[in-house]
Design a protein around this ligand. Sequence first.
Ligand code: URA
Length: 211
Amino acid sequence: CDDPRAEAAAAPTDHDRAEIIRRMDWPALERAVAVCDACRLARGRTQAVLGVGDRNAEWMFIGEAPGAEEDQRGEPFVGQAGRLLDSMLAAIDLRRGENVYIANIVKCRPPGNRNPEPDEAGACLPFLRRQIELIRPRLLIALGKVAATNLLGGDASIASLRGKVHSYAGTPMVVTYHPAYLLRNLPDKAKSWEDLCLARDTMASLPPRPD
Ligand code: URA
């Protein structure tokens, strides 16, 4: 019978998998995300939602996870929260798809729209990291605590993370509220406007992207 030690040695580790993903181009990444079964979220999805927008964008917005409408349509932020995100983009003269790319921490819809578990986010993060490497955005905007804490580590509140410029994998990052939170907490829209102004000013102060 097979030696279990040999089998364990041959099984790809998380590190091997992340290294394979780090070498993917867009077509390979699209295929890998579409058939991914690295975590339990794969079992409940209609389809994986890779991201949407300009693959040469300077701006990259990162949310949490697809919801029911996103799972059906295969595009991030197409529901009510997505319409608010489009208004937030318009407030700083941006439009979905034009110099903007939108993705999520996890590519598959969590059941009942719960937050992704740490192991689910951990399994999916290599895909997002590769998207960031391929797009080379000048600025990341983390939408909400799930996005911010999965990228930055720790468990800090949005209140303590906003108002500063952070960095993820060498790319500057601003943190703001998730649009779904803002729909439930309208007074905090003013704070998110301040965050968008910080993002716009930060972008204006960054050196041009090297070609
Ligand atoms: N909320 C998210 O974080 N992402 C989506 O794609 C939709 C809603």
